[in-house]
Design a protein around this ligand. Structure first.
Ligand code: SF4
Ligand code: SF4
Length: 334
């Protein structure tokens, strides 16, 4: 039997390198924690119970987001996440208005939301607006998906993907992009994105007749539910060690926080969705946490060079081929 690895003393833990913000082109907005699912690995702690105003963006914030998009043409992409962003009552107005301003709109779509009351026409809405969809499907095997995301989620996801294919998504049409999102079931690094994409493409096409554009791989962040899972199994320190031992400096220029801002449902600003859920705020040069309203009178260049709030969880973005909301950062992987 292998002996248990000794815990790493805090004093010898590697520090994550300092990072500075570059030119901001992506505004990621977390519309809230309300979700029709309660997945085992959810880093946002979302669930159907998170329906209160303290957990979800109100109409004023949505208007401020549109005002910022008007004021900052350099923000070319609006990336909507949650929870299930579609459950926010202002979601469709926000999408329409942002598209009207000429922005690319990405939606982090969990697929099963299509089967909730009032959401049946989402494929037609998405097609009409030309949004780019990123849809979680952590495996092409039903048992693995249901284990991570809940019983019956695989079958619901297949039905939703078929509807999206019928609406023209995932067929290589640049106006209707459908990307799938993979994350490992357990405390391991994702396999190489390109190789896994081939496996997914073949399995989904031959077994279910489903097509998609790209597969992206994301490394699990050791925060919230995934962290609690690891703690229960006494594997948290092992996972950190895996991330740190696979640190890849080539990923650093590409980490997503350098070129995006994340807005929380209460209007506060963060470097990324992972810092957002841990309340590690974006600060100005005087150390004051920033909110969306602070940006309306500013020049976007004033954010360039601001330090990014890095912490130990950042090693999940730089392990192996790296990880971001857009997938791996460099070629290769575990
Ligand atoms: S679908 Fe996404 S936001 Fe909802 S619980 Fe699952 S991981 Fe969290
Ligand atoms: S966790 Fe966030 S702040 Fe840290 S490296 Fe990743 S994107 Fe950047």
């Amino acid at each position: 039997m292998n002996p248990e690895p000794a815990p790493v003393p805090a004093a010898v833990r590697p520090c994550f390198p300092a990072l500075e913000r570059g030119t901001v082109e992506v505004l990621q907005v977390n519309l809230g924690r309300l979700c029709n699912q309660a997945c085992r690995h959810c880093h946002v702690d979302s669930s159907p119970a998170r329906s209160g105003p303290g957990d979800n963006a109100g109409p004023e914030l949505l208007e401020e987001i549109l005002a910022l998009l008007e004021a900052w043409p350099a923000l070319r992409t609006l990336d909507l996440t949650g929870g299930a962003p579609e459950l926010n009552p202002g979601f469709r107005r926000l999408v329409r208005a942002a598209r009207g301003l000429g922005r690319t709109v990405l939606v982090r779509h969990n697929l099963t939301i299509q089967e909730e009351p009032g959401q049946e026409d989402l494929p037609a809405f998405f097609a009409g607006q030309g949004v780019v969809l990123f849809c979680s499907l952590p495996c092409y095997l039903p048992e693995n998906v249901d284990l991570q995301r809940g019983r019956g989620v695989f079958e619901k996801s297949l039905r939703a993907l078929r509807r999206l294919n019928e609406a023209g998504f995932g067929r290589g049409d640049g106006g209707r992009e459908l990307h799938l999102v993979y994350n490992p079931l357990g405390p391991s690094l994702p396999p190489p994105q390109e190789r896994l994409e081939e496996d997914y493409r073949e399995a989904l096409r031959s077994r279910y007749g489903i097509t998609f554009d790209r597969l992206i791989t994301i490394t699990n962040q050791p925060i919230h539910r995934f962290r609690e899972d690891l703690e229960r199994q006494d594997r948290l320190e092992d996972y950190y060690r895996l991330l740190e031992e696979n640190f890849n400096a080539a990923t650093l220029p590409h980490v997503m926080c350098r070129g995006q801002l994340s807005v929380r449902w209460d209007g506060r600003l963060y470097d990324c969705d992972f810092n957002l859920v841990q309340d590690l705020p974006l600060r100005d040069r005087g150390g004051r946490p920033l909110a969306l309203t602070d940006l309306l009178e500013r020049d976007p260049r004033s954010l360039e060079g601001l330090p990014i709030a890095v912490a130990r969880h950042c090693f999940a973005c730089t392990a192996g081929a790296g990880s971001s909301c857009g997938g791996s950062l460099v070629e290769g992987g575990a």
